[in-house]
Design a protein around this ligand. Structure first.
Ligand SMILES: *[C@@H]1O[C@H](CO)[C@@H](O)[C@H](O)[C@H]1NC(C)=O
Ligand SMILES: *[C@@H]1O[C@H](CO)[C@@H](O)[C@H](O)[C@H]1NC(C)=O
Ligand SMILES: *[C@@H]1O[C@H](CO)[C@@H](O)[C@H](O)[C@H]1NC(C)=O
Ligand SMILES: *[C@@H]1O[C@H](CO)[C@@H](O)[C@H](O)[C@H]1NC(C)=O
Ligand SMILES: *[C@@H]1O[C@H](CO)[C@@H](O)[C@H](O)[C@H]1NC(C)=O
Ligand SMILES: *[C@@H]1O[C@H](CO)[C@@H](O)[C@H](O)[C@H]1NC(C)=O
Ligand SMILES: *[C@@H]1O[C@H](CO)[C@@H](O)[C@H](O)[C@H]1NC(C)=O
Ligand SMILES: *[C@@H]1O[C@H](CO)[C@@H](O)[C@H](O)[C@H]1NC(C)=O
Ligand SMILES: *[C@@H]1O[C@H](CO)[C@@H](O)[C@H](O)[C@H]1NC(C)=O
Ligand SMILES: *[C@@H]1O[C@H](CO)[C@@H](O)[C@H](O)[C@H]1NC(C)=O
Length: 377
C-alpha cells in the first residue's frame, strides 16, 4: 500500500516537474534581443539601440585590459602578472579595484551574525517546490537571474518578484565576463537588465559575475549601468554535485556544515556573510531546503542582500520599496512593509508587448504553478 502510494506520489511529482518544464510560450515580443544563451554578436551591436547605448558609455573610464582566453572551457591565467594589476577575482579573489573611480565589490553582509541568502542561475522551470518553501517560511532571498532564462521562463521570473525576492542580473549567457570584448560584456549586462524590465517591470541595480569572473574593466562597464558587483565570502559549491559536477552529496553537506559551525562558534559575531547557492536544479534546491533550518538556528538572521545593506529602493524605479534591515528582521512572521506596486509591472512603453496574460501577481503565481502555455523561443 505504502509503496503503491509512494509510486503514485513519485509519478505525480515527476508529472508536475515535466509539466512545469514543458516548453511554453509567452506573448512577450522578444525580438531585438541577443540569441538565447549565446554571447551577443554584431547582430545586436549593429542596431541603433545598441549604438546609442554604446555611445552613452564613457569608455575613458573603462581600463584598457585585454580580454582573457578560455582553454578547454576553463579560463587561462597563463602569463598574468602576479601583482594583479586588474583586480581580477579569478586570479586571487581581489574585490577592491586597483583602478581609480571604480566601486569595490560587495562581499559580506555587514550586520553581525547575518547570513545573506543568494541563489544564482534562475529562474528555473522546476522551482515551484523551492519557491513554495521560501514562501511558507516568509523568507526572501536575492536571486541572480540569467537573462536567457528570464526570456525562456517569464512567468517563473515574475513569481520571484511577486514573492518579494530581490532580483539582480547574472548576465545573458553565463560566460566568463573577463574573456569578452567591451561590447559583448556591455550587451550581456544591458540585455539582461532589459529583459528583466520588460518581463518584470523593474530595473535591477546589482549583478553577480558568473564564476565570480570580474576585473576592473568589467566592473567599470557594470558601474556605468548602475550595477553594483556582488560576490560572496562563503561558497557552498552546491552546483558541483554529481551528476552535473564531481563532488558527492556528502561533500556539499560538509561545506554547509562548516558554514553552520562558523555561525555557531562566533566566526560571524562581528560581521555577516554572503553565501553562494544556486537554484540551478533539483540537487541545489534540495540542499537549500534541507539546510535552511540549520542555517536559521546557527545565524541570528537570514536576509536578502538588499536588507542587510539597508537598501530600501532596490530598483531604478523609485516607487518600489523594500524593507530595511531592522524592518526585515522585525517582521519574521511575514514582512508587512514590503510594498509592491503592481502598476509597476507593465512592460516598458518602448517594448511593445502583445501580452494579454500578465495582469496581476496573483494570476501570475497560479500560472507559475500550473502547466504553462505557449511556444518555445
Ligand atoms: C516585435 O517587435 C519588433 C521590434 O520592436 C517589431 O518589429 C515586430 O513587429 C514585433 N512583433 C510583433 C508580433 O508584434
Ligand atoms: C562603441 O564605442 C567605442 C568607443 O567609442 C567604439 O570604439 C566602438 O566602435 C563602439 N561600438 C559600436 C558597436 O558602436
Ligand atoms: C585541451 O584539451 C586537449 C584534449 O583533451 C588536450 O590535448 C590539451 O592539452 C588541453 N589543453 C590545455 C591547455 O589543457
Ligand atoms: C543610473 O542611475 C541614475 C540615478 O538614479 C539615473 O539617472 C540613470 O539613468 C541611471 N543610468 C542607467 C544607465 O540606468
Ligand atoms: C569555527 O568553525 C570553523 C569551521 O568548522 C573553524 O574553521 C573555525 O576555526 C572555528 N572557529 C572558532 C573560533 O572556533
Ligand atoms: C560570539 O558571541 C557569543 C554570544 O555573544 C559569545 O558567547 C561567543 O564567545 C562569541 N564568540 C567569539 C569567537 O567572539
Ligand atoms: C532546471 O531544473 C531542471 C530540473 O531540476 C533541470 O533539468 C534543468 O537543467 C534546470 N535548468 C533550466 C534552465 O531549466
Ligand atoms: C526534487 O525532486 C524530488 C523528486 O522528484 C521531489 O520530491 C522534490 O520536491 C524536489 N525538490 C525540490 C526542492 O524541488
Ligand atoms: C541599517 O540601518 C540601521 C538603522 O538605521 C542601522 O542601525 C544599521 O547600522 C544599518 N546597517 C547597515 C549595514 O547599514
Ligand atoms: C512606478 O514607476 C514606473 C516607472 O518609473 C511608472 O511607469 C509607474 O507608472 C509608476 N507607478 C505608480 C503607481 O506611480
Amino acid at each position: 500500500m505504502v509503496s503503491i502510494s509512494l509510486f503514485i506520489l513519485g509519478t505525480l511529482i515527476t508529472t508536475v516537474i515535466s509539466q512545469e518544464c514543458a516548453p511554453y510560450t509567452s506573448s512577450f515580443n522578444f525580438s531585438g534581443y541577443p540569441a538565447n544563451w549565446k554571447i551577443p554578436t554584431s547582430t545586436v551591436f549593429n542596431t541603433d539601440e545598441f549604438k546609442q547605448l554604446n555611445s552613452s558609455i564613457d569608455w575613458t573610464k573603462v581600463p584598457n585590459i585585454t580580454p582573457h582566453k578560455t582553454v578547454n572551457g576553463s579560463i587561462d591565467q597563463t602569463g598574468y602578472s602576479a601583482s594583479d594589476p586588474d583586480c581580477w577575482w579569478t586570479y586571487n579573489l581581489c574585490t577592491t579595484p586597483k583602478t581609480a573611480g571604480i566601486n569595490p565589490d560587495v562581499t559580506v553582509c555587514p550586520e553581525p551574525g547575518t547570513w545573506g541568502l543568494t541563489y544564482d542561475d534562475g529562474p528555473n522551470c522546476s522551482h515551484t517546490v523551492f519557491y513554495d518553501f521560501l514562501k511558507a517560511n516568509n523568507q526572501k532571498a536575492t536571486m541572480f537571474f540569467i537573462g536567457s532564462n528570464v526570456q525562456n521562463l517569464p512567468n517563473e521570473a515574475q513569481r520571484a518578484l511577486a514573492d518579494g525576492h530581490q532580483i539582480c542580473v547574472h548576465t545573458w549567457s553565463h560566460n566568463y565576463m573577463t574573456t569578452l570584448t567591451n561590447e559583448e560584456a556591455l550587451a550581456e549586462l544591458y540585455y539582461t537588465r532589459k529583459v528583466i524590465k520588460y518581463v518584470m517591470g523593474i530595473t535591477p541595480l546589482c549583478w553577480r559575475p558568473p564564476f565570480g569572473d570580474v576585473d576592473d574593466r568589467i566592473r567599470a562597464i557594470a558601474q556605468q549601468l548602475n550595477l553594483t558587483t556582488i560576490i560572496w565570502d562563503q561558497d557552498t559549491n552546491d552546483w558541483d554535485e554529481i551528476p552535473d559536477g564531481v563532488e558527492t552529496s556528502a561533500q556539499i553537506d560538509a561545506n554547509f556544515q562548516t558554514f553552520v559551525n562558523r555561525g555557531l562558534n562566533g566566526t560571524y559575531n562581528y560581521s555577516g556573510t554572503i553565501v553562494l547557492e544556486h537554484e540551478l536544479d533539483n540537487n541545489t534546491m534540495s540542499k537549500a531546503v534541507e539546510w535552511y533550518p540549520k542555517i536559521k538556528s546557527a545565524y541570528k538572521h537570514v536576509v536578502p542582500i538588499a536588507s542587510c545593506l539597508n537598501i530600501t529602493q532596490p530598483y531604478l524605479e523609485t516607487n518600489f520599496t523594500y524593507p530595511s534591515f531592522f524592518e526585515y528582521i522585525n517582521n519574521d512572521n511575514g514582512p508587512t512593509n514590503y510594498v509592491q506596486n503592481t502598476a509597476n509591472n507593465s512592460p516598458s512603453p518602448s517594448a511593445k508587448s502583445t501580452s494579454t496574460a500578465i495582469t496581476s501577481y496573483n494570476s501570475l503565481i497560479s500560472m507559475a504553478v500550473t502547466p504553462n502555455i505557449l511556444f518555445l523561443l
